[in-house]
Design a protein around this ligand. Sequence first.
Ligand code: NAP
Length: 279
Amino acid sequence: MITSKTKIYGLLGYPVKHSFSPLIHNTAFTAKKIDACYLCFETKPENIKEAIEGIRALNIQGVNLTIPHKETCISYLDKIDKDAELIGAVNTIVHKENKLIGYNTDGEGFSKALKEDLNFDPRDKTIFLFGAGGAGKTVGISLAKSGARQIFIVDKNKKKAGALAENIGKNFPCTAVELTHSHNQEAIKNAHLLVNATPIGMNPDDNLLINPVYFSQQLLVFDLIYNPTETKLLRTARKKGLKAANGLGMLVQQAALSFELWTGEKAPIEVMRKALQNK
Ligand code: NAP
């Protein structure tokens, strides 16, 4: 029941109609008996400044941000935390004592999912990363922060790949970074983890990003895509007997971290995961 005391949270994005975030967060609020409601606010890029001001003006308690606002929102916030600054993107705003504070829970969400779904610790490991866009940047920084020894980056957009390599090189000098291509057989053979942070695989007709004959038996595969739940890449890896996970765990974990920042309560992760799986 929505009352005059109900707290409002939401998602700013464009488009937002496809989002699972209302389902995840409203399920969590109900499970924890928190009088709050999560809505989608379809916000055009040119209106982001007014939308952020609206959070303060309307006393909205917090929001998530998705494409295309994760970077552009930053200049309208009072403060951003260290992870968000490193990644250069905010996916969560907390409105507290009239201050808007930006966080990035995607990176930690990815780390947690990697541990939970693949029992993988990036420390001293070699990673082959496809994609240096919004998600790839977050993943690359998170892996370097966790002590990865070497990250190979493949992206058809050379500018984005170069910017990510430069960011990691500057902030995490102990992690070696190399821009490469999908036929670097030696690098894939030696990799412990392959991550797909491109949209390739969302469409069942998409080609595989990489030739699976290069896969070694030590390789783990993490595909950030969660819809479909099993991409061609995941199916191929599993057929070869490799452990592989989709992006559902990351989606749940980043949402749980946002929930905890907003409410100060432990997120009901299993309830949130189940709601998504059922959907
Ligand atoms: P994005 O910002 O568009 O980045 C994708 C990057 O991949 C771009 O740099 C793109 O280059 C590059 N790319 C596209 N096709 C490629 C190919 N064949 N080979 C190499 N590079 C290629 O997208 P994003 O926001 O990072 O999202 C990427 C994927 O991650 C999406 O499927 C999204 O659903 C998923 N995701 C999942 C989660 C989760 O919680 N599980 C969170 C965020 C994102 P161009 O710029 O030239 O196109």
